[in-house]
Design a protein around this ligand. Structure first.
Ligand code: GCU
Length: 677
């Protein structure tokens, strides 16, 4: 006699095979989801950014996590054969089939990139799951948020098997209110990170830096009251240092909430009330000592409500341009800079900690810089907090790099999210003087439209800093003129051999240019984006790139062109049709530390190029800032030359271990003795 239970089992198998036979007949046999009847998973977006994080009630989840590599995305509930990793099934009787176990999986220290930590993952592009257990006890009238300072490049968060949400876009902080997901005692946090990039991501998959994957910033649990201060802005008016703009955002649209602003050292204390949006937008009168590289004065600032008190260290200064000059606190200044990537000295992987940035900024200071371009993406907050204290001005940027999918709304959303979160997090950092929205992006109307939207996104939050984008060199007209300048130089140089001299003379003849014409190469930066930004920034590689391409076209030796290029660099004229300061945001050359030959890749070549470039820069009055490329050799997949690059970009003034190359002193000397402002 079949009993009820057996009937149930038979019914289950009948329905199981019915589904499978139906689904096999379905048009798309390969759709395993319908086969197993798995629901597609909707993920919530991250909450509005929590600011002033270091003064809040935080519990750090940094430290030892475990991880499982998931190249087939088999761990996601919506695409897994077994319900996905978040189920976190554990062995009970020794008879359960479970094909993953985070308890026995490999360990990793977070923050940290799994493709730096595990050599076998160095070139891996895909998903890796991170796992952390933590104890928690929820306090009454409190919320618990999960705050992640940066995670590359797509992140899905699960707590105790439930999908909390997802964040698309690397490098910037995001947080989720996880109060409703937590249980008393032990909780399990699982985070799927994926460092894949595509034509429509930001950046795209083609970058000249390493796609460090995973959680590349602090991970905190943050306690707040149920109604809390989300973020606050306090910055001096660029035109009048005794006025500061004070803006507060709270988590609820409730008016009449009392918020007190205190700056004890300025003997300032004032109460304000939120408007119907739960916000405050006021100006206050203060008379602070101004922050500057020579005097990086910071003030302790407190903001409190009935339920909480948060604080920050804030410096007050103004940065502006007038005509072709840059002014800090109304004094003319040069950006005596260096560009860098977020990679520590002597340690593989991304830089993210105070210690990492301390080493990098101390090295930058040894160059006598007052300015660092933090290329090409947002760094963790530790960089700008340290730069505040050390008196180093910063250029911060988002990875809108080379050819982005300009017409894709999802791509725009990622970039807008990155720039708005970067600005919201660093809006009170005196060191941050420049926001940059792009690097070497080819001209087009959709690119202009896209970048305008990013500039407006900045404007909505902060209009007290300079905006820019590193513009692309090399219009056809510019290259044509450079070829003619090289030909003119070559046609009259004694050391050029007859054959090549003949080629140079025929190029001039073909262009109807008399042999004795003295052609000087000059260029004007007229990218239409110049209309929309404060600083005209420009990457140029005279003496490094371009001649490779010309040598093939002109059928002359590349060595000849390099030598001719070195002869003409100091005379190059750079201007812009925009009456604004020019900042050379990149120039440089590759050099292998210890290579003392007189050939390419030698330290001498790089040092000679720097001497010539700096002469040119000193000869061009519209150039008011520079950030040569680059402080330190960094990992790059575009640089495979074995024995020289070994997948490092070698344009650093120090190598990846911190060894100084000859050009280091050339730049340090220029800032010390030539460019003094
Ligand atoms: C470009 C780009 C950098 C790159 C550099 C180089 O200008 O902005 O990201 O690393 O040139 O070629 O080394």
């Amino acid at each position: 006699m079949i009993n009820f239970h057996q009937l149930k089992v038979i019914k289950f198998f009948l329905s199981f095979f019915l589904i499978s036979s139906l689904s096999l007949l379905a048009e798309d046999e390969t759709d395993v989801n319908s086969f197993f009847g798995r629901p597609s998973q909707a993920y919530n977006p991250a909450d509005e950014l929590l600011g002033w994080i270091d003064s809040r009630a935080i519990t750090s989840l940094n430290g030892e996590w475990s991880y499982i590599v998931d190249p087939m995305n088999n761990g996601l509930p919506e695409s897994s054969f077994f319900g996905g990793f978040p189920k976190n099934k554990t062995q009970k009787t020794g008879m359960e089939l479970i094909e993953y176990n985070f308890e026995t999986a490999k360990k990793i220290t977070i923050p940290g990139a799994w493709n730096a930590d595990d050599e076998k993952l160095l070139f891996y592009r895909g998903a890796v799951w991170l796992y952390k257990k933590f104890l928690h006890s929820q306090k009454d009238n409190q919320l618990t948020h999960l705050y992640i300072e940066g995670s590359n490049f797509a992140t899905k968060v699960f707590i105790n098997g439930e999908a909390v949400g997802e964040f698309i876009g690397g490098y910037v902080p995001f947080n989720f209110d996880i109060t409703g997901f937590l249980q008393e005692g032990e909780n399990i946090l699982m985070i799927q990170t994926d460092n894949s990039l595509s034509e429509s991501s930001v950046p795209t998959q083609k970058t000249d830096w390493w796609p460090w994957g995973g959680i590349v910033g602090d991970v905190y649990l943050v306690q707040t009251p149920v109604e809390y201060i989300l973020n606050a802005y306090l910055q001096t008016n660029p035109k009048d240092h005794t006025i500061a703009e004070f803006k507060v955002k709270t988590s609820k649209f409730s008016s009449g909430k009392k918020i007190i602003l205190e700056i004890p050292e300025l003997d300032f204390k004032q109460a304000f009330e939120t408007n119907e949006l739960g916000q405050i937008e006021e100006t206050i009168q203060i008379n602070p000592m101004l922050w500057s590289p020579s005097n990086p004065k910071l003030y302790k600032v407190y903001i409190s409500s009935k339920q909480e008190k948060i604080s920050d260290l804030i410096g007050f200064r103004s940065i502006q341009t007038k005509g072709q000059k840059i002014y800090l606190n109304n004094d003319e200044i040069n950006f005596k800079g260096i560009a860098m990537h977020a990679e520590p000295i002597g340690i593989p992987g991304p830089a993210f900690s105070k210690k990492h940035f301390q080493q990098l900024l101390v090295t930058a200071k040894e160059l006598n810089t007052n300015f660092v371009r933090a290329a090409h993406y947002p760094y963790t907050r530790h960089l700008s907090k340290l730069a505040d204290k050390m008196g180093i001005m910063l250029w911060e940027e988002v990875p809108v790099y080379w050819n982005i999918d300009w017409d894709n709304p999802a791509t725009l959303e990622i970039a807008k999210n990155q720039i708005s979160r970067l600005v919201q997090r660093d809006q009170n950092r005196a060191s941050v003087v420049v926001w940059s929205v792009a690097n070497e992006t080819p001209l087009s109307s959709s690119r202009m439209d896209f970048l305008l939207k990013l500039l407006l996104e900045i404007e909505l939050i902060d209009s007290s800093r300079l905006t820019t984008a590193a513009l692309l060199s090399g219009s056809e007209e510019q290259f044509r003129l450079l070829v003619l300048t090289l030909a003119s130089q070559g046609a009259k140089s004694e050391w050029v051999n007859e054959k090549e001299k003949f080629i140079f003379q025929s190029i001039l003849a073909k262009a109807n240019i008399p042999l004795d014409t003295d052609i000087k190469f000059s260029l004007s930066i007229d990218d239409p984006l110049g209309e929309l930004v404060d600083l005209i920034s420009y990457n140029e590689y005279f003496g490094w790139y371009y001649v490779t391409f010309f040598a093939e076209q002109m059928m002359v030796g590349e060595g000849t062109l390099r030598k001719l290029m070195f002869e003409i660099i100091p005379e190059i004229k750079i201007s812009s049709s925009f009456d604004k300061p020019i900042h050379i945001s990149e120039f440089g050359a590759g050099a292998q530390y210890g290579n003392t030959t007189d050939k390419i890749w030698s330290e001498g070549y790089q040092a000679d190029l720097y001497k010539l470039q700096l002469k040119m820069i000193a000869n061009n009055p519209q150039i008011q800032g520079i950030s040569p490329w680059v402080l330190k050799d960094f990992r790059a997949m575009l640089r495979p030359l074995a024995g020289v690059q070994d997948f490092y970009n070698r344009k650093g003034l120090i190598d990846e271990k911190g060894n100084k190359k000859e050009a280091f002193e050339v730049l340090a000397n220029f800032y010390q003795n030539e460019w003094k402002k």
